[in-house]
Design a protein around this ligand. Sequence first.
Ligand code: GLA
Length: 386
Amino acid sequence: MDLKKLIAEKFKELYQEEPLLFRSPGRVNLIGEHTDYNNGFVLPAAIEKAIYFAISKRDDSIVKLFAYDLNESDEFEISNPNFIKGKWSNYLKGVIDQLNKMGHKYSGFNCVFGGDIPIGAGLSSSAALEAGLAFALNHIYNLGIEKLSLVRLAQKAENEFVGMNCGIMDQYINIFGKIGNVVRIDCQSLEYEYFPFDFKDISIVLFNSLVTHSLASSEYNKRREECNEGVTIIRGKYPEVKSLRDVSPGMLNEFKDEMNDVVYRRCKYAVEETERVIKACNRLIEKDLVKFGEFMYQTHEGLSKDYEVSCEEMDYLVELARKNKDILGARMMGGGFGGCTINLIKDNGINNAVENISRLYSEKYGKNPEVYITTISNGTELVKEK
Ligand code: GLA
């Protein structure tokens, strides 16, 4: 039986009724990493890996949650989404907390959810939880929240309730993703544009290093602070600068001696990456994935050396990719400190690349990377009416 059927079955077993079923995807990001909170551009896409929510309204004010993959449940009053350190339900409670703060009127609900987005792999399972539940509740309670507000609400759930100061990319692509398309999001204006990703003989392949780093969240928040520190210094001379988006490489160079080396390198990466995404998108429009891939390698270099959010294992996966003529581009993806690399691979070279890279990786680190050949899917949507 497929996953969504299993989840719907579990729901019927627990609550003796037919649920509505929603699908909330994970994401990849082709280029534009750590640029969202610097008001730059990103180029993500929603993927086939997803979390399914089986859900129905209750007449009282109780929320009953069941995590299918963990076989664990949680229950609470709508008015009291209590934070429990380290617990999965915080991502969902954060959404309730936001809806409450916004003054929305709704009642309790029963929910079973589960999926196949690997946790800690940089595919944004947390945004899939937050934005997926926000979308589902908006639908079943007719709350009338428009798409961009759903995105913001889900991001705030993570910022304010979970405590991870993430940017807007993951929740945005979760809601706005479109089958067959990558989405260029301007994180300053919050406008977006679809670009078809319809290359017949090239696939987006992820290598999961299987490294998860407990420092990921604290280091992430630290990068944001370092970028802000840079902006404050630049603003001393250029008061019109609001974020690193407004800074050109030449302008940044003027401040090299005024900034400490770490802050300078963080800013340098972010400024360069914002320019790179624009250039890379032009290559995509010209269907030139060879040049596009070169930009991906450059991004990795910056993330590893200047931004320092990579790790030895991911550096090795990218180094191996570079040596393979069928891989047009590769880089670490997402927040960093572990998780997946994203690779553009010619279809007829995938088997060979997977075999070689897995063998060499396992010789060095004693484990095979997990490999996912992705397809680009829609953003969160209703998949089954009652
Ligand atoms: C995480 C965050 C995003 C983004 C990426 C890095 O996925 O949730 O907002 O900052 O890291 O690009």
